[in-house]
Design a protein around this ligand. Sequence first.
Ligand SMILES: [Zn+2]
Length: 135
Amino acid sequence: MGDYEELLKRGMKGVPSRETEVDRFEMPMFRVQKSGSRSVLVNFSEVADALRRDRKHLMKFLLKELATSGEAKGTCLEVQGVFSTDAVNKKLEKYVDSYVKCPECGKHDTNLVKEKGFFLLKCEVCGARESVGRV
Ligand SMILES: [Zn+2]
C-alpha cells in the first residue's frame, strides 16, 4: 500500500496547480497595412470577434481615439491617414482596459451590455458589474 501512495505522489508532481494556471486570454493584435493615404486594419472583424465586442462599438472607439474617419469594408476597417501597427494596437490595448478587462478580477471573460442607455461591463468570472462610459 505504501508503494502505491508513493507512486501516486510522484504522479501528481507533474500536474500544474490552479495557482500557476495562466489567464487564457490572448491579446489580439491588429494587422495594419498602408494603402496610399489610408491604413487598413485587415483583421478588424477577427479582433472584434476575439474580444466578443460589437464591431461598431470598437470601430467608434478607434476612430475617436485616432481622431480620424473610416469605414468597415468586409472584414477590414479602412481609416483615413497613415498609422503604424504599434499606434493602432496601443489604442486597442486602451479599449481592452476600458471595455473588456474586468476592473475587479482582471479577467477578460466579460460581456458588454446596454442597460437603460448605459453600458455595463459584466464579468463572467467574479460577477462584477461596472458601468462604463460611452464611446
Ligand atoms: Zn471579474
